[in-house]
Write a protein that binds this ligand. Structure first.
Ligand code: SF4
Length: 498
């Protein structure tokens, strides 16, 4: 009988001489990466020689390849495993980010907002103090020594009593827990008063707002129902908080209003205006994230959505512009790049819950809806608000901490985002830096796993990581690497007198 097996010549692989690595073709060279996050570029011929075991002993790249763990001979396995342990240290922490939905009420009607808001008369969507107490009791049980409460809505300051209660009660509890606590409120500033502002300032609550771009763009994206000027309000309150923090003696590099932009189709055309506005306001970080695909009617998406390719074309132009600004002496960071660069250029992982392996849903973050429903993230809450209870993990007051982190849905999301075991990802050069999003996959395909190469997040993370490596490969003077290294530095926010 005739054999149908096709015999192809196999490349010679000296497996006994090689450390474990993945590789990819970038900027005309071969990029090697490994689980410790180490990476190294080799020319194609050198790479072929490395794999075949014929790289000369005196080759100038050998010592570096050895030090980074790409060669098996003289490999210091203990040192390499220690580096991997440090990279993955977040695995032993437990959820640090606790998103508290104080209310669904909001007086804005943003184009990209959907099932997660209600009108101002819907007081039944306010969290009660009783529920807030149960939220804090549960969040403070986290095994993480660092706990960050993030107040969201709706517009969270509409229910300021719950914010005040959570801040004060968690600090009271922390006298016995000894954790590092952070509190931040994500506000559109349309409901801010001087009394609320002074309370937030006096209580070290960080403030983050939405600033979509220049006035016309911001007011187009973020309609204020009263017809008032949403942009003017954001500018006014940003200036207020930033001035008051300086008056209170805080370092303005650390204590200032952070801003987030949500990119609609119209924003894509105005990316440069957005970056320039942020620079002009002294904001040191702009996070150019693509629009979240959750909950849009197709009509809305037609108006404000865009393809992944359109987004990535914009991103590349914006990244190069931001690098040029830095070369000219302006410090401005792009957020996604900073997350990936921290993984590429430092021994640590930033524990950014959306780009890590496994994903942080339920193990790095937990969200608490206004009625005490527990969800693995705010995106899980959005799917719940759209009528799908798939991601409900329980209810504050009756669900224990161990039931949350050990919930079958949390375990499933961890398995669906563990890059080491996912076909396609496990052999991808970007695996040490990437992260997949089971909730996005579920929303878009009905499958937590999806086919990664066909998902927008794969294209996004692969392209951005590739751009960063290309810029590093082209960097003959070291100027770009120095800029990128500055983007990875995070100083702790402590009070000056601490
Ligand atoms: S999601 Fe895409 S870029 Fe990320 S590790 Fe998997 S294959 Fe690579």
């Amino acid at each position: 009988m005739k054999s149908h097996t096709i015999e192809l010549p196999r490349p010679q692989v000296a497996a006994d001489q090689l450390g474990f690595f993945r590789f990819g073709d970038i900027a005309g060279r071969v990029l090697l990466t490994n689980d410790a996050g180490e990476w190294h570029f080799l020319g194609r011929e050198d790479f072929a020689a490395l794999v075949a075991g014929t790289l000369p002993a005196e080759h100038p790249e050998r010592p570096t390849l050895l030090a980074k763990g790409f060669l098996r001979s003289e490999l210091d396995l203990d040192a390499l495993s220690e580096r991997i342990r440090r990279k993955k240290s977040f695995l032993g922490n437990g959820p640090h980010l606790h998103v508290v939905i104080t209310t669904l009420r909001c007086n804005q009607d943003c184009r990209y907002c959907h099932a997660s808001r209600t009108d101002m008369d819907q007081v039944q969507t306010d969290m009660s103090l009783e529920t807030a107490k149960k939220v804090v009791d549960l969040a403070m049980q986290s095994t993480s020594n660092y706990v960050a409460f993030e107040y969201q809505g709706g517009e969270p300051t509409v229910n300021m009593d719950v914010i005040k209660f959570c801040v004060e009660y968690s600090r009271e509890k922390n006298r016995y827990e000894g954790k590092t606590l952070d509190h931040s409120v994500v506000t559109n500033f349309t409901y801010m008063t001087e009394e609320h502002a002074e309370w937030l300032l006096a209580n070290d609550v960080l403030v983050c707002t939405s600033l979509d771009g220049p006035e016309e763009l911001h007011n187009y994206n973020r309609t204020w129902r009263s017809g008032s000027d949403a942009y003017g309000s954001v500018r006014e309150w940003m200036a207020y908080f930033n001035r008051r923090w300086i008056e209170l003696g805080r370092d303005p590099h650390l204590w200032h209003v952070d801003a987030l932009t949500t990119l609609t189709r119209r924003s894509l055309e105005q990316w440069k205006d957005i970056v320039d506005l942020y620079v002009g306001l002294g904001i040191r970080s702009v996070h150019l994230r693509p629009l979240n695909p959750f909950g849009f009617a197709s009509k809305t998406w037609d108006q404000i959505g865009y393809s992944t390719d359109e987004y990535l074309a914009m991103y590349e132009e914006a990244l190069d512009y931001i690098i040029d600004l830095n070369k000219a002496g302006t410090t401005i960071i792009e957020g996604t790049a900073a997350v990936l660069l921290k993984k590429m250029l430092t021994p640590d992982d930033p524990n950014y819950v959306d780009i890590r392996s496994p994903v942080g849903s339920g193990t790095g973050q937990v969200a608490y809806n206004y009625d005490g429903t527990i969800l693995p993230s705010d995106e899980g809450r959005m799917i719940h608000a759209m009528g799908d209870p798939m991601f409900v993990l329980g209810q504050v007051g009756s669900t224990s901490y161990s039931e949350i982190v050990g919930h079958p849905t949390v375990k499933s999301m961890a398995v669906a985002s563990l890059l080491d075991s996912l076909p396609g990802c496990s052999s991808c050069w970007n695996a040490p830096y990437c992260g997949v999003r089971p909730l996005h996959n579920y929303r878009q395909t009905g499958d937590l796993f999806a086919q990664r190469p066909n998902t927008p997040k794969c294209a996004e993370h692969m392209t951005i990581a590739r751009l960063l490596f290309e810029r590093l490969a082209e960097d003959t003077t070291g100027e770009v690497e120095a800029i990128f290294r500055r983007w990875t530095v995070q100083r702790p926010r402590v009070r000056d007198e601490d």
